[in-house]
Design a binder for this molecule. Structure first.
Ligand code: MN
Ligand code: ZN
Length: 499
């Protein structure tokens, strides 16, 4: 999406242009390059710091407009605290914070990436650039007017001055791929449902082909042939036909079992005949965030040529009330052969996942499957917006996900699965029902899905209803859609399955 800010690496020796951003440690300690850049300003920094009680604490900033002795229109000094303690995530956040300090109206800016002890490492610089990239994302393609007083975004050229340009560029390559993946997911989620309906979603997946990803699309007749009555029932009330998209990236050993990622892609969820209340229904354009994360992940992995085989499969439907729509009480037959009594047509995501998971396990025999879905309001009640709900039939996979969550900043919290919860999903008339009632709503949803995991395939389910949409604004996300899941799963793959 349109980001009017262009960030490039530059050597320390280049003369700073535009807004100047520098770092400072506890006790107002500056690096050599920074001190040189500020040499004409006398005791400006000391006086400004005293006036603002700025000491260089981590997360604090000093903003000086038209600094005397500098040609820069603005000097921003960011506190690093004691930088020895900073980890990868801190540099990502720092990059976001830095970008947030550069006014939209600025045409040029320079960031001096330096500690008091010397240049930031290439990896740290790359993390910063990654954070800045994500922070710079805006979804404004439908804004044709600006409010008075709102900054008109100018094209901003930002130079990130570093100790080693070539090494920094090299370290940034995989992160740029990941940032692009997150941006792709955010864009898909932010798009309204009149623009992004199943066919258009499929069209946008086509972009992956350029990276060497095979994209296979199953239409309604193809899914009927496979017996996907659960998925097809959800979309039958919509004028937009359902689709199943299977994306394959083969960067690993030939024939090695693939990792599988499955996404819920409900382009709009009205609830169907069990229609949702009007308030907040507009957010249901984002009910395809799981599928969007899978597309973003496929991009991130293929763009950096990940050494692993991966299958991404997304069920793309629209859930509408209509003369042809599915009713409560209907009984559908899933691809697995299990019959499902529809209790509530708004519990549609699990119906989509049921057929896609069954298909992927049978057809691709993956090493494991992880599904992502904006599945239940209950998970938001349980965990808020800080953790996604994690359910798994495999402890090792769950542990790897929890670790990848901590490392990537996209955190997950494990929830229970148990026969007692599973029983709640038994139906009076069919093998299983699609809604279990008020208690343990996120868990019974997971229990439902688990019944469609074929051949004891290791499986994890991520309920991202709280983390993917309207999520808290952070240093690296000012968008309604966070793109949750792309960073988490890219990290999972990189740390565990590429060696
Ligand atoms: Mn629903
Ligand atoms: Zn839904």
């Amino acid at each position: 999406m349109s980001d009017a800010r262009k960030l490039e690496f530059a050597p320390f020796s280049a003369s700073p242009k535009g807004v100047l951003v520098v770092f400072c440690e506890e006790g107002l300690k500056l690096g050599r390059v920074t001190a040189k850049a500020l040499s004409g300003t006398g005791d400006l920094l000391k006086r400004a710091a005293a006036a603002d009680r700025f000491t260089g604490k981590s997360g604090s900033a000093l903003d000086i407009v038209a600094p005397a002795g500098l040609s820069a229109p603005r000097l921003v000094v960011l506190g690093l605290g004691k930088p020895g303690k900073l980890g990868s995530q801190d540099f990502v956040k720092l990059g976001g914070a830095v970008l947030g300090k550069i006014p939209r109206a600025a045409s040029e800016a320079t960031i001096i990436a330096e500690f008091s002890a010397g240049a930031l490492k290439p990896e740290q610089v790359a993390d910063m650039a990654f954070g800045a990239r994500l922070r710079g994302y805006t979804f404004d393609r439908y804004k044709t007017k600006r409010k008075e007083g709102e900054d008109t975004p100018t094209k901003t050229n930002i130079a990130l001055a570093v100790g080693n340009v070539a090494a920094s560029q090299k370290a940034f390559v995989p992160r740029a791929a990941l940032a692009d993946g997150v941006v792709i997911a955010r864009d898909l989620i932010n798009e309204p449902a009149n623009v992004l309906y199943p066919e258009e979603f499929v069209r946008r997946c086509g972009g992956l082909k350029k990276l060497g990803v095979a994209v296979e699309v199953l239409d309604v007749p193809a899914m009927k042939k496979l017996g996907m009555g659960a998925l097809l029932g959800v979309g039958q009330g919509s004028v937009h036909d359902s689709r199943l998209v299977v994306m394959r990236w083969n960067g690993g050993k030939k024939g090695a079992e693939p990792l599988a990622f499955i996404g819920k892609g409900v382009c709009f969820d009205t609830g169907g005949i069990s229609i949702k209340p009007a308030a907040g229904m507009e957010d249901m354009k984002g009910d395809m965030a799981g599928a969007a994360a899978v597309v973003g992940l496929m991009h991130a992995l293929a763009a950096r040529k990940a050494r692993v085989n991966v299958v991404g499969a997304i069920g793309i439907v629209e859930n509408m009330p209509d003369g042809k729509a599915q009713r409560p009480g209907d009984i559908v037959t899933s691809m697995s052969g299990q019959t499902i009594e529809i209790i509530n047509t708004d519990a549609e995501g699990r119906l989509v996942l049921a057929d896609v998971l069954w298909y992927v396990a049978k057809r691709h025999k993956p090493k494991f499957m992880i599904d992502l879905a904006t599945l239940t309001g209950a998970i938001i009640v349980a965990l808020g917006q800080e953790h996604a709900g994690l359910f798994a039939n495999d402890d090792k996979l769950a542990e790897n996900l929890i670790r990848a969550g901590a490392a990537s900043g996209e955190k997950v919290w494990r929830m229970p699965l148990a026969p007692e919860y599973d029983k709640i999903m038994d139906s009076k008339f069919a093998d299983v029902k699609n809604a279990g009632g008020r208690y343990a709503g996120a868990i019974t949803a997971a229990q439902f899905i688990q019944r469609f995991v074929a051949d004891k395939t290791p499986w994890a389910h991520l309920d991202i209803a709280g983390t993917a949409l309207g999520s808290p604004q952070t240093e690296i996300n000012k968008s309604w859609s966070s793109g949750f899941g792309v960073m988490l799963l890219e990290r999972l793959v990189a740390d565990n399955y590429e060696r």
